[in-house]
Design a protein around this ligand. Structure first.
Ligand SMILES: [Zn+2]
Length: 343
């Protein structure tokens, strides 16, 4: 049986449509060579290669770019490592039509997580890293690529009455979106999580990530997370440690909690009957943050969980199957990654 529960659609906040034609500004084209070499350890089932891009000559600082993993699917996330970062400078990362926050992991290393929307066109996408201007005043641009493959998403047809349908009005969703934007506008500069994320409650998975929804036979968007059905009042626990950046009753998503886990990774919990935390609270992984309910656009008690990089929802399984720190520079790369994902 298909899911009996209706949830907020269209992502935890705005969908990122891929900006194919938008390019980062360039003031100086540093020549570069591309070295492609085989990865020695699997980081994800899609990983095939790691690309390193460095300037071949000139006065540009020799930044080193690595893309982990090099091959992804719609709905995945990947990390851009930037090595050899000079001094206190922080480069900028531009990919999938937008700029992504960059975090220093060591004095000369930085990382940026990039979320790949389920709407992103499947093809090779360019990644551009812009260093801060050098002493010569030029702004070197370094380029790498990532291959985005087609994600596999289920589809679902739901029929609702006009009263419930009215809860999804654009105006109501827009009012919610303002709060989600505020909650995910910035992120802690260090990883606050430890280890793999954990499912926030026991229940029955009723709607998968990226599901294409048709409501009253009209395509209404994608499902931004997982739906887990459980009895009203079932405790919901934080998937990982972090800081609550939103804890309030919203129109479409009902009683909602957003947790910042650092480095632009967020989890969002919708339709709660009760919220047990306040904005600004530091939360430990597994800590009780609220109870399962059916508030907002919902027809039965369940938890909707969205995992996002900034405001771009990604497949929660990516964080449940392994510590996202495995994608950080210098981290051990667990060999069990592929084995766990293939289960
Ligand atoms: Zn949902």
């Amino acid at each position: 049986m298909l899911c009996a529960f209706l949830l907020a659609l269209g992502g935890c906040a705005g969908q990122l449509l891929d900006g194919d034609t938008v390019d980062a500004p360039e003031s100086s084209e540093a020549p570069y060579e591309v070295e492609v070499r085989e990865a020695t350890e699997p980081l994800s089932p899609h990983l095939e290669t790691v690309e390193i891009v460095t300037p071949a000559e000139g006065n540009a600082p020799p930044l080193v770019l690595k893309v982990y993993p090099k091959v992804v699917q719609q709905g995945d996330l990947f990390a851009v490592h930037i090595g050899n970062v000079p001094g206190d400078s922080i480069p900028s990362v531009y990919a999938m039509g937008t700029e992504w926050p960059v975090f220093k992991t060591r004095w000369n290393e930085a990382v940026s997580f990039v979320g790949v929307s389920y709407y992103t066109e499947p093809r090779v996408h360019r990644i551009e890293v812009t260093a801060e201007p050098g002493s010569g005043g030029n702004t070197p641009v370094y380029r790498g690529t990532v291959h985005v493959g087609v994600g596999e998403f289920e589809s679902q047809r739901l029929y609702v009455d006009s009263q419930l349908q009215s809860l999804r009005s654009p105006a109501l969703w827009e009012a919610d979106r303002v709060h989600f934007a505020r909650a995910r506008a910035s992120s802690h500069p260090r990883p606050l999580w430890e280890g793999a994320f954990e499912i926030p409650l026991e229940g029955r998975l009723t709607s998968s990530f990226g599901l294409i929804r048709y409501i009253n036979d009209v395509e209404s968007g994608r499902h931004s997370g997982l739906d887990i059905a459980a009895p009203e009042g079932t405790p919901v626990r934080a998937a990982a440690s972090g800081v609550a950046t939103l804890a309030m009753d919203l129109n479409v998503t009902g009683k909602t909690v957003v947790v910042d886990h650092g480095l632009n990774l967020f989890t969002c919990y919708y339709h709660l009957s009760h919220i047990a935390v306040e904005e600004g609270d530091e939360i430990r992984g597994g800590e009780w943050i609220g109870d399962v309910g059916s508030t907002g656009f919902s027809t039965g008690p369940h938890l909707h969980l969205t995992v996002s990089v900034g405001s771009v929802p990604v497949d929660p399984d990516l964080l449940f199957y392994g510590d996202p720190a495995r994608l950080l520079p210098g981290s051990p790369k667990p060999a069990e990654d592929r084995a766990r994902l293939s289960q």
